[in-house]
Design a protein around this ligand. Sequence first.
Ligand code: ATP
Length: 267
Amino acid sequence: PEFVEAKETRRADVTYDDIGGLGNAVDQVREMVELPLRHPELFQRLGIDPPKGVILHGPPGTGKTLLAKAVANESEASFFSIAGPEIMGSHYGESEQRLRDIFQEAGRRAPSIIFIDEIDSIAPKRSEARGETERRIVAQLLTLMDGLEPRQNVVVIAATNRVDALDEALRRPGRFDREIVIGVPDQDGRREVLAIHTRGMPLSDDVDLDALARTTYGFVGADISALAREAAIDAVRRMLPRINLREGIPPEVLEELRVTRADFDNA
Ligand code: ATP
């Protein structure tokens, strides 16, 4: 599968195993996106159209981008990513042209997923203050979505943390008519995310992930990822007095390097 960011191509190697605490959301995405991308014949046989547009709705840092990349990778689909605020080019018509290019390329490399992050930034309600550029971009996006044929095997996934602020026209049938809620993880969810972000780390025996999951109330995935990184960096910092930076790191020092409970407390 290919991973395309604007015009760049690289691999998206995120899998469902890299996502913690989203429970049901992963199943929903698999049913709404992976199943039709992999087996369009099921939908043809039933005479129904697979979804064209799915909205992932939830607070920042909960894993919406991660989930979109994972479903693309696991469906062996090409992945095109558009950042809402960035698509607004400065020259007249530039953003619309970029959107058309991306949809065209996605069609050519189908099966494809087009991911639009922060869609609320380009498609706020008409009632809310909205500039001419946004109006044109939304119109272009709707035209492109209406023009997607079910057999083209392209799905558009949009992410937002303010679904109520979106232009209603986007939510009509045949557009973004499915919504998946991506919530803040509960204690079990945080435990799962902690396990994911510490799985490559040598943890000392005093690290209690269950206890950490309890005390990180309110943390989203991105917070937990940052916590684990900071703890690891703290572990390295503790080792610094035993390292001569100009020489190699002694194997026994590397061997002894552990992330401890105190490192998590300091993080
Ligand atoms: P935003 O709305 O700010 O774009 P988002 O919901 O798209 O946020 P991501 O960009 O997917 O969040 O998350 C940022 C990083 O936080 C991820 O790359 C990952 O390391 C970590 N993370 C977030 N959510 C999860 C999760 N549910 N499981 C594991 N890691 C997560």
